[in-house]
Structure formats: structure tokens, C-alpha cells
Ligand binder design. Structure first.
Ligand SMILES: Cc1cc2nc3c(=O)[nH]c(=O)nc-3n(C[C@H](O)[C@H](O)[C@H](O)COP(=O)(O)O)c2cc1C
Length: 205
């Protein structure tokens, strides 16, 4: 199973970049998972402008991002919230992607996670992020993991200070990949692995 991970943020010291790197480490340890992490800065794109689209076509950064999405079976995205909603750079990327035919997000399994410096762990913002993704017929995993007060949550090695948080993230990603691979046939060993893990964590009574 191919998983593409990115955080739609540009800031160098971004907490969402730290969180998506941790998510990448976690899923890279699952069997039969090929995880590919990219920085959003690798996909430069202007603010959507219909005139620019008409005169110059789809920007190269959008095409490259679309290729990564198309090649993946599942996508993990870590986004902050801006003013309680979906940040502009993320929405802008989704709007550009929606101009492609076929839309690369269609039919994709997506897991949203996030970090923000406020109390709500970017949950309000990512609730809004679900809307355009649903409109574009992506399948957004219902569960969510967020880091609140992100400025205090990471240590000097960019790991989550609280081991309980890492465990919650690991469980979410494990459940997401199990869910995302359910409908696929070539991932029997992956499913067996997750069943075993589940029994180890919650032995049948
Ligand atoms: C325009 C803007 C709006 C923001 N709005 C919120 C908000 O609604 N809730 C919140 O918890 N943090 C908010 N923040 C603070 C972000 O959580 C913080 O900048 C965070 O570090 C952004 O994610 P990053 O570290 O991945 O860049 C906002 C920041 C900016 C720049």
C-alpha cells in the first residue's frame, strides 16, 4: 500500500511538519506500506486565478502534487487551523487540484491530523477541511488526532513529549490503514498484522 504524507504549510519550523514526520516514521514501520513524505514547499503554486489558468495552464507545482496523490492508495495530511477554519494554502491547493480532470483526490482515502498552538488542536479547522475533500469525492477517515498547545508539545528532537499522545497517533494511523486497505485484496498480510495488533492490545475476553 502506497501512502503519501504531507503538511500543507510552508513555515520552516512548522509544528505540522514535525507531526507529519512522526506520522511518517510510524507508518513506515507497518508491513507492506511504502510511505512517501514530501514538504509542501516542493509544490509551489500561486493563489488560484482563473485568468492565469487560462493563459498559463495548471502550475507545475500543482501537477507534481497531483501526481503524488494519484500514485498513492491513501494520504495522511497534517494541517493547522487558521481562525478556526481551513488555512488558505491548503484550500488553495485543493482548489487548484479540483481543476484537473480527473480530480486526483477523487476516491482517495484521507486521514487528517493536525497541530495548533491553541486549545482545540486544529480540530475546528480540520472539520472544515473535510468539506471540500468530500465535495471532491475523497473518503475522509472519521477519526482524528490533534496536538493542542503545539509550542509545548515537542521536545528538542521534534518528538512528542507525551508518550500517550504518540500512542494515540499510532492507534489512529493503524486503524486508518486497516480501514483504508479493507476493500483491497492484495493487503491480506497487512490486515492480518492489524488483527494481531488489535488482539495484543485488547485480548478477547
Ligand atoms: C492567520 C493565523 C490564524 C490562526 N488561527 C488559529 C486558530 O484559529 N486556532 C489556533 O489554535 N491557532 C491559530 N493560529 C496559530 C497556529 O496554531 C500556529 O501559528 C501554528 O503554529 C500554525 O501551524 P504550523 O506550526 O504548522 O505553522 C493561527 C495562526 C495564523 C498565522
Amino acid at each position: 500500500m502506497k501512502i503519501f504524507l504531507f503538511a500543507p504549510v510552508l513555515r520552516h519550523g512548522s509544528f505540522n511538519k514535525k507531526l507529519i514526520r512522526i506520522a511518517h516514521e510510524i507508518v513506515s514501520n507497518f508491513p507492506e506500506v511504502q510511505a512517501e513524505l514530501h514538504e509542501f514547499n516542493e509544490f509551489p503554486m500561486p493563489v488560484y486565478d482563473g485568468d492565469l489558468e487560462t493563459t498559463e495552464g495548471i502550475p507545475d507545482g500543482v501537477k507534481s502534487l497531483a501526481k503524488k496523490i494519484s500514485e498513492a492508495d491513501a494520504i495522511i495530511i497534517s494541517s493547522p487551523e487558521y481562525n478556526g477554519s481551513m488555512p488558505g494554502p491548503f484550500k488553495n491547493a485543493v482548489d487548484w487540484l479540483s481543476r484537473l480532470n480527473p480530480v486526483p483526490l477523487e476516491g482517495k482515502q484521507i486521514c487528517l491530523i493536525g497541530a495548533s498552538q491553541g486549545y482545540f488542536a486544529a480540530i475546528k479547522g480540520n472539520f472544515h477541511s473535510r468539506v471540500p475533500l468530500h465535495v471532491l469525492k475523497a473518503y475522509v477517515y472519521p477519526d482524528y488526532f490533534g496536538v493542542a498547545y503545539a509550542q509545548k508539545a515537542f521536545d528538542e528532537k521534534d518528538q512528542l513529549k507525551d508518550p500517550k499522545q504518540k500512542e494515540l497517533l499510532q492507534n489512529l494511523l493503524q486503524n486508518f490503514i486497516h480501514y483504508a486497505s479493507r476493500t483491497e485484496t492484495p493487503f491480506d498480510r497487512l490486515n492480518e498484522f492489524f488483527e494481531e495488533q488489535k488482539h495484543q492490545q485488547h485480548p478477547p475476553q
